[in-house]
Write a protein that binds this ligand. Structure first.
Ligand SMILES: [Zn+2]
Ligand SMILES: [Zn+2]
Length: 255
């Protein structure tokens, strides 16, 4: 803990594989915590395995889902089983986009009736969960997708979710100490119209938003992670690291 992060705002990488799970990682899921609050951002397929290595599912204060693509939320039916039939905990707060609610109800219509207290969010939402305040920004992606900013005690973390190059974290118009930024594409894929970004583009956007430190994520299985970080470092002067399941990153600017 440092003096500029009094509540120890941090994020643990739960799943970071892009598009589909790899042999080493589930798909997107990130555990944002302070000393008193635990919130899960996205629940990609397979993510509850790693999640339970870091906290008891009964101690999750809330779940926030960035968008309806299956690599970001499809562990929810499994979590429903855990809370409904194992833990016996009703009314777990879940926040997500309208399209995600439709798909969750289609796959498991009992889940939002009792086990999950669902609240639909959009880019204008503000959530206060424990001692963390969450705000949102709609990204450049084919379905409604929200980037998520967490702030506690003046420290801040942003998770990009999925986005093309036409969204910038500068749109939060707020400080960002640490950013978990998707880098799905190789630089040579930038012009193919795929609704994601490269490490190079993440570096450019992070620089214009004055981000303190970057963690690259959502890299598909089989892709060279070094290509992403080298491309990012060419555009961004701060620290750049790669997401690895189980690794913890703190919101300390200039670590
Ligand atoms: Zn994705
Ligand atoms: Zn997506």
């Amino acid at each position: 803990m440092t003096s500029d992060n009094p509540n120890d705002l941090r994020v643990t990488i739960i799943g970071c594989s892009g598009t589909y799970s790899s042999s080493e990682s589930a798909c997107s899921s990130y555990l944002v915590q302070t000393n008193s609050t635990s919130v899960v951002l996205d629940t990609g397929p397979g993510s509850s395995i790693e999640l339970q290595k870091h906290l008891d599912l009964a101690d999750v204060d809330a779940i926030i889902l960035s968008h309806e693509h299956p690599d970001h939320w499809t562990e929810m039916p499994s979590l429903y089983h855990a809370y409904r039939f194992g833990i016996g905990r009703p009314h777990v707060p879940v926040y997500g986009t309208a399209g995600t609610r439709v798909l969750l109800d289609a796959s498991c219509d009992e889940a939002t009736a009792y086990t999950f207290d669902w609240e639909t969010i959009d880019a204008s939402s503000v959530l206060e969960i424990g001692d963390i305040v969450f705000t949102f920004s709609e990204t450049d992606h084919p379905v409604e997708t929200v980037a998520i900013r967490a702030e506690s005690g003046g420290a801040s973390i942003v998770y990009s979710a999925d986005t093309g190059p036409d969204w910038s974290p500068a749109q939060f118009d707020a400080p960002i100490d640490l950013m978990i930024y998707e880098a799905s594409l190789r630089v040579d894929m930038e012009d193919r119209g795929i609704p994601h970004i490269s490490g190079r583009q993440a570096g450019i956007r992070a620089t214009e938003a004055n981000v303190g430190a970057l963690v690259l994520t959502h890299i598909p299985p089989g892709e060279a992670h070094d290509e992403r970080s080298e491309a990012t470092l060419a555009e961004f002067n701060g620290p750049v690291e790669l997401a690895i399941p189980g690794k913890v990153f703190r919101a300390d600017r200039g670590r």
